[in-house]
Design a binder for this molecule. Structure first.
Ligand SMILES: O=C[C@H](O)COP(=O)(O)O
Length: 256
């Protein structure tokens, strides 16, 4: 199981470093078993967060990456820069990037390919809007996003890729997908990964759920057979909540 925190455009360098230090301290006190953690702070805090995480195994991720290696792209950040800051993961294709920055499936595919080429694990986000779900189009949209985002990219091992299913209507709204809705889409995504790669690969890829995951609903979501963790927004901005979600994951795994 993997629990990843997406801090979005929250925290400055001081508060982000403090949050990372709180998470590191909580991790040392908790028994999270085999549950892996990652945090994805804003770019400006990456190096100080890396330092604050210290010797813990909490992985560092970024929230975006440019698809070119380097050059005259003012304001952009490359995969190599992320690696040099200590990142192992990068979120790609978050619905906020799709909506507010007009990222297309083709743009996202280029970012996935660039992350992969540089040894970063892309956390590829997919998910439908409320209108798309109401129109009965959710699976179709997710399939296009998944096939579009992964087109032509090969992965050596299942750990080289993470998928996050984030229904747009559940993000930041408190309106979480039901465990059945989440599991149904996760199973569908796993079937697509089987078709694109292999069943062994599909079985082992982490498929995270994102969208108002909180300590009070984490257990029912994480106990679904095809839910392998969470991509947590709001609740990851509080070390106690973030670790509480991970602890739910650990107790589910311990009982499995
Ligand atoms: O990347 C994280 C998701 O957008 C979920 O955000 P949320 O937990 O605040 O709903």
């Amino acid at each position: 199981m993997l629990i990843a925190g997406n801090w979005k455009m929250n925290t400055d360098v001081d508060s982000g470093t403090e949050l990372a230090a709180d998470i590191a301290a909580a991790v040392k006190k908790s028994d999270l078993g085999t549950v892996a953690l990652a945090v994805c702070p804003p770019y400006v805090s990456l190096t100080s967060v890396r330092e604050a995480l210290g010797e813990t195994s909490v992985a560092l991720g970024a929230q975006n990456v440019h698809h070119e290696d380097e050059g005259a792209f003012t304001g952009e950040v490359s995969a190599k820069m992320l690696l040099s800051a200590g990142c192992s993961h990068v979120i790609v294709g978050h619905s906020e990037r799709r909506e507010y920055f007009s990222e297309s499936n083709q743009d996202i595919q280029q970012k996935v390919a660039q992350a992969r080429a540089n040894g970063l694990v892309p956390i590829l986000c997919v998910g439908e809007t409320k209108a798309e779900r109401d129109a009965g189009d959710a699976k179709n949209v997710v399939e296009q996003q998944l096939r579009g985002g992964l087109a032509g990219v090969d992965f050596g091992a299942p750990d080289d890729l993470v998928i996050a299913y984030e229904p747009v209507w559940a993000i930041g709204t408190g309106d979480t997908a039901t465990p059945d809705q989440a599991n149904e889409m996760h199973a569908f995504i796993r079937g697509l990964l089987d078709d694109l790669y292999s069943s062994a690969f599909a079985d082992d890829v982490h498929i995270l759920y994102g969208g108002s995951m909180k300590p009070h609903n984490a257990e029912e979501l994480l106990s679904q057979p095809d839910v392998d963790g969470g991509l947590v927004g709001g609740a990851s901005l509080d070390a106690e909540s973030f670790i509480a979600i991970a602890e739910h994951g650990a107790s589910i795994q311990a009982g499995a």
